[in-house]
Write a protein that binds this ligand. Structure first.
Ligand code: GLN
Length: 270
């Protein structure tokens, strides 16, 4: 099998771009190689790996779990089925956090439910004056995030546990989170590769606001006066989020849309 034949064989089964990326990953060749030398033979093990990936992609497995990596904010993160695949809409959360951190000379920040670590690591790399902490209930996720921190050279302290449990008595200037916020039974959970992602990272098993309620309720006890809480949520959870923030004593509660114009991040100041 040649590179050109390998691509042709995936045609009509999976997206062209996915086939190209899987072939590049399996063989180590570049996009330029594929274009300039399609007659290059693909060696046995690389070819077998590629064919297996094409079949799994065709059956719905997300590309990132096959190649083991995903790009977010210009950086490559390793991912496994123990963590959610980075979503571009999470950039809004980082932008809002970076805006606030840039105004602080020093800051303690915690990311609750860090998963692969994209939020905590992006903040640590973009705001080097901040001391960044990251919490996750899943020890497997913590190990993925720790590995990413090592590879990207990000200084982050990791804690395993549920939300604020491993942060007893500690206060921060900023709390950020991309919690599970999809309601149980939402048809979205059955689409687009989501069944392959960790359900504990996607849904709270309830109305979608359970984790947000827990995060908002515990925040004041872990924020310095004037500290901010910022969290990602679903397209229809902006108003409920602002109400929860106001009820917990937060001021300046706001909601910001993502690039698609969908309500995506809410926050407030204590
Ligand atoms: N935005 C994700 C989705 O709808 C959900 C992420 C999350 O629950 N934190 O696929």
């Amino acid at each position: 099998m040649t590179l050109g034949e390998a691509l042709a064989l995936a045609r009509g089964r999976i997206a062209r771009l996915d086939a190209r990326l899987l072939l590049e990953c399996a063989t180590g060749c570049t996009h330029a190689d594929l274009l300039a030398r399609p007659e290059t033979p693909v060696f046995g093990p690389a070819g077998a790996q590629y064919l297996e990936w094409v079949a799994r992609r065709e059956a719905g497995e997300p590309l990132a779990y096959l190649t083991g990596e995903a790009e977010f904010r210009g950086r490559v993160f390793q991912v496994s089925p123990d963590v959610l695949i980075p979503r571009p809409e999470t950039e809004v959360l980082i932008d809002l956090a970076v805006d606030r951190l840039k105004a602080m000379k020093t800051a303690r920040v915690v990311d609750l439910g860090t998963g692969s670590g994209i939020v905590a690591l992006s903040l640590a790399l973009e705001c080097p004056q901040a001391d960044v902490f990251a919490v996750d209930l899943s020890p497997e996720a913590i190990s993925v995030a720790r590995n990413n921190a090592g590879r990207l050279g990000a200084r982050v302290e990791f804690r395993t546990g549920s939300w604020y449990a491993p942060l007893a008595g500690e206060r921060f200037d900023l709390i950020v989170s991309n919690p599970p916020y999809v309601a149980a039974g939402d048809p979205h959970l059955a689409l687009d590769g989501l069944p392959h992602e960790p359900q504990m990272a996607l849904t709270d098993g309830g109305d979608g606001l359970d984790c947000i309620r827990a995060i908002v309720a515990g925040a004041a006890a872990h924020l310095q006066p004037g500290g901010w809480l910022l969290f990602e949520h679903g397209y229809d959870q902006g108003e409920a989020s602002r109400n929860l923030l106001a009820a917990a004593g937060f001021k300046e509660a706001f909601t910001t849309p993502d690039l698609a114009g969908t309500d995506r991040v809410s926050g407030g100041k204590i």
